[in-house]
Write a protein that binds this ligand. Structure first.
Ligand SMILES: Cc1cc2nc3c(=O)[nH]c(=O)nc-3n(C[C@H](O)[C@H](O)[C@H](O)COP(=O)(O)OP(=O)(O)OC[C@H]3O[C@@H](n4cnc5c(N)ncnc54)[C@H](O)[C@@H]3O)c2cc1C
Length: 431
């Protein structure tokens, strides 16, 4: 719908929004400018009133309204009636013969034992392999940096990073931004279970990844930042990576850590529609007076229609490390991707109505620090078996994470030891 609208300058202080939620869009504002445009949704008004800085490439690392629209577009294409969402590009190809005898060999810039594509969780396996004496490179299309929004994890899972030998215990403490107990699981009217020490830590990805990155560099690892992997050719003696800027890198093994939307995974799965999707929206807000415990999972509603789909909402909420009144609250649901499924923006519209009741607060009393969203595709045939010589999936790309809890970082730590020792590394002398 296109209308003539009076625009009001949003109220921003220190990059956070005290959005006048109660103010109807047509109330007479002080600063007027006339402009023909569609009525912005409440979500758009909220998100555009926040100053977004520090967006990163990993899952849940983008907080802007334009990033939400982009993800909703991708989600809409997944929901289309077609079983194949998009004919995948052939990024991996097998080439007969040896790389060392090929024309490409002259153009090689550097060679590695292992090249890791995607640096969010990729940096962890890269550092573990580097500490075994292997020559490891990481290709990351953005800046290699963790997101601001904390990862929720249990201490036991986190300590696996110490056991694998990539972090010291005091470094874990430095990256732990919040800890909280007890932790609730419950369905309204059906009882509650309170536990201690389950998903009771908030880890700062930005701090943790910075610490691991320093370690990786000190072990001699090489990072190609701002470089996108565009194709992988598999020869008898090497996997050869072409970067978008034309650089040629070779290695014995390529680890695909490019997340749920890895182009290699798309190719392996033939662009097939996921069997199920977890949709999540949420926010990190300041102003919670009662903020010491967490909800691991809680549902206060039964199934309802949103868009053309039946959904049941679940909640997860926990204190954030940025301040003692700051709290993250996620609302999520599971759907079969099909036409009529709700968009993330529709879920967010419901979220602004339902979250205050669930948390026992008024939206007007909260300062919104950031709005968070994501989609988690899942396939019945997971984890993904290796489909090409010399290429292995890792992190979300591998389908190893739980689609129920969307705790991909937690899954990584649980499997890191096994994966590091189990990596098949042909012809590589392990130090
Ligand atoms: C809203 C939300 C909340 C979450 N909360 C939690 C939580 O509390 N606890 C938890 O354990 N997990 C949580 N997760 C999951 C966690 O964030 C993911 O499991 C984790 O980010 C996966 O990391 P990854 O490296 O496998 O993939 P991604 O995070 O998707 O990272 C992929 C990386 O590959 C890079 N890349 C992509 N294409 C290319 C290319 N062509 N060339 C080079 N690089 C490329 C990207 O820039 C990116 O850095 C959450 C996720 C979301 C969305």
């Amino acid at each position: 719908m296109v209308v003539l609208q009076l625009q009001q300058h949003s109220l921003i202080s220190n990059g956070v929004s005290r959005y006048p939620f109660a103010t109807p869009p047509f109330q007479r504002p002080r600063n007027l400018s006339f402009q023909a445009q569609a009525i912005p949704s409440r979500t758009q008004r909220i998100m555009e009133s926040l100053s977004v800085n520090g967006e990163v490439g990993g899952a849940g690392g983008a907080y802007s309204y334009s990033a939400l629209k982009r993800l909703d577009q991708l989600w809409a294409s997944i929901c289309s009636a077609h079983t194949v969402v998009q004919e995948p590009q052939q990024v991996v190809s097998s080439v007969p013969g040896l790389f060392c005898h090929s024309d490409l060999a002259d153009k090689e810039v550097e060679s590695f034992d292992v090249l890791v594509c995607g640096g969010t969780l990729g940096i962890f396996i890269a550092t573990a392999l580097c500490s075994k004496g292997l020559r490891v490179g990481i290709v990351e299309r953005n800046v290699l940096k963790g997101r601001e929004q904390e990862w929720n994890i249990s201490r036991k899972e986190l300590l696996e990073l110490v056991e694998v030998g990539i972090l010291a215990e005091d470094e874990i403490e430095r990256a732990t931004a919040a800890s909280f107990n007890p932790n609730r699981c419950g369905f309204e009217g059906k009882g509650e279970i309170w536990v201690d020490d389950i998903l009771n830590l908030g880890v700062s990805p930005v701090k943790l990844i910075e610490i691991v990155k320093t370690r990786f560099n000190s072990l001699g690892g090489i990072i190609f930042e701002g470089c996108s992997m565009s194709s992988i050719c598999i020869y008898g003696d090497a996997a050869v990576l072409k970067l978008a800027d034309g650089k040629i890198l070779s290695s014995h093994l390529v680890i695909d850590a490019m997340g749920n939307f890895s182009p290699v995974v798309k190719q392996i799965r033939g662009g097939r529609k996921p069997d199920g999707v977890c949709l999540v929206v949420g926010s990190c807000c300041r102003g919670f007076m009662d903020n010491s415990s967490s909800d691991v999972i809680f549902s206060s509603s039964s199934v309802k229609m949103v868009g053309g789909s039946k959904v049941q909402y679940f909640w997860e909420a926990f204190p954030a490390g940025s301040g003692h009144k700051d709290r993250t609250t996620y609302m999520f649901t599971y759907v079969d991707p099909q036409p009529g499924c709700p968009r993330l923006e529709e879920l967010l519209e419901d979220y602004w109505d339902l979250m205050p009741t669930y948390q026992g607060v008024s939206l007007d009393e909260l300062e919104i620090l950031r709005v968070i969203f994501g989609i988690f595709p899942t396939y019945c045939d997971s984890p993904l078996p290796a489909s090409f010589n010399r290429v292995l999936q890792f992190g979300d790309a591998s389908g190893i994470q739980s689609p129920v809890s969307f705790g991909g970082f937690g899954s990584l730590t649980r499997h890191l030891g096994r994966l590091t020792t189990g990596m098949p590394l042909p012809n590589i002398p392990v130090a």
